[in-house]
Write a protein that binds this ligand. Sequence first.
Ligand SMILES: Cc1cc2nc3c(=O)[nH]c(=O)nc-3n(C[C@H](O)[C@H](O)[C@H](O)COP(=O)(O)OP(=O)(O)OC[C@H]3O[C@@H](n4cnc5c(N)ncnc54)[C@H](O)[C@@H]3O)c2cc1C
Length: 450
Amino acid sequence: MKDYQKKLNVLILGAGFGGICTAKYLLKLTKKTPNIKITLIDGNTYHFFTPLLHEVATASIHSDHIKRPLRMVFKGEDVEFHHGEIEKIDLKKKTVEICTNYNSRDNPPKYDYYTYINKADFISDRRERFRYDYLVLAMGSDPNFYGVTGADKHSYTLSSIKTSEEIKARILECFELANQTNNLQLKKELLTFVVIGAGATGTEYLVELHDLCKNVLAEEFEFVKFNRDCRIILIEAMDQILPNMDPYLVKYAMKHLQDMEIEIMTSTKVTKITDCTIELNGKIFIPTHNVLWAAGVKANDLVASLPLKENSDGRVKVNSFLQAIDRSEVFALGDNACFMPKEGENPLMQTAQVAVQESKTVAMNIVKHFSGKKLHHFKYVFLGSTVSLGERKGVANLIGKFELKGFSAWFSWKLTYLRHLLVIEKLSRALWDWSFDLLYNRQMARFKLH
Ligand SMILES: Cc1cc2nc3c(=O)[nH]c(=O)nc-3n(C[C@H](O)[C@H](O)[C@H](O)COP(=O)(O)OP(=O)(O)OC[C@H]3O[C@@H](n4cnc5c(N)ncnc54)[C@H](O)[C@@H]3O)c2cc1C
């Protein structure tokens, strides 16, 4: 017999899409089962909306407008939030260890810089240990550089608010430097922007970057001419761009990018990156000081190191209830989970819509498992995918049935994201940025750049 009076500890690791939604669904369910304690841990104090990081990097949207403090999200609710770097997960002892004073994934602790605060008042390298009855792995993924020499050191990634801000600063810096030199060759090198990976992230960044360079920065900087000095290059190892889109939409997107005079190199492998060049297929060299790596993700290192049954890519293999195959008290979802809809089929992709849908099943199954009820099988419903191509154009596949291109696709892209942003924050401030963008010309909309 299970002890129904006992408080059950549910520990959610990671407050991204999967973690935050699991906590929200659990909250709803625990209104009927109040003896569940929900604890959420993340290395950031805020939740952020990854699909719009490219707009932060290209100054379309202010970074504050796509993030929401986690303490605010769960204010007045029965969710205990802890800020810290998750460092150790002991599946045998059912404990998790975090460090609460660490060089944060985004910002180091501020009090180190305040001379009027006595540092001795702070316990340095503070550690906390949590016990759990159920563990939810929702720690997301990291960029995958596929072992390409220099890629981790010399390229930027759209993986956090911090990296997106760094990209924005670097673009501006390259323009500043290019404006100060009469050496046309150097000017061109500084203004050669290379994007590696022609999936949705790389493509959406590329078109925003093109707009920023052509319509804003080249207009502002006196000694830069867009057509003479700027090169924007997209590199893809596969033989087409947007590999998950329908060929008809890919053709449209390809033509649109070509019309924008973006150089597209498909079937091309990046073999090395240095601080001033990239090497392609081991023989072609392009001088550049600005490389964005958007070629894919790999499993979170800590999750991949757990003694659980894993897919070859490090994601935890889960059953149809989203439990780890070898541990029924451990659930994994989103980018941490390898869920195969049917035996022999490809695992679900690492997307926010997968994480959000899985979170409902995870929350439900934790409560069901605890109360000894039959668990719910997870069923994924593809809601569609949309890609913005700039200039108020896009391509979209809605629920796998309807294909849109042009303005209607771009509009459905905005609506989809706005709907998600409104879940994080009731009156999304991103709406301000976009309205500003629509009402005034693009130049004025870049007010956040400087
Ligand atoms: C630039 C970009 C654009 C994207 N665009 C789309 C899109 O348009 N549509 C779509 O469906 N998907 C998109 N995705 C994918 C989507 O963001 C992920 O699939 C989704 O976020 C996965 O959710 P998750 O909960 O598994 O992990 P995440 O949302 O990544 O959350 C993981 C959380 O764990 C925390 N964490 C990780 N390690 C630690 C640690 N050691 N200690 C403490 N905290 C830790 C992180 O801080 C983070 O908050 C995009 C991703 C990127 C990077």
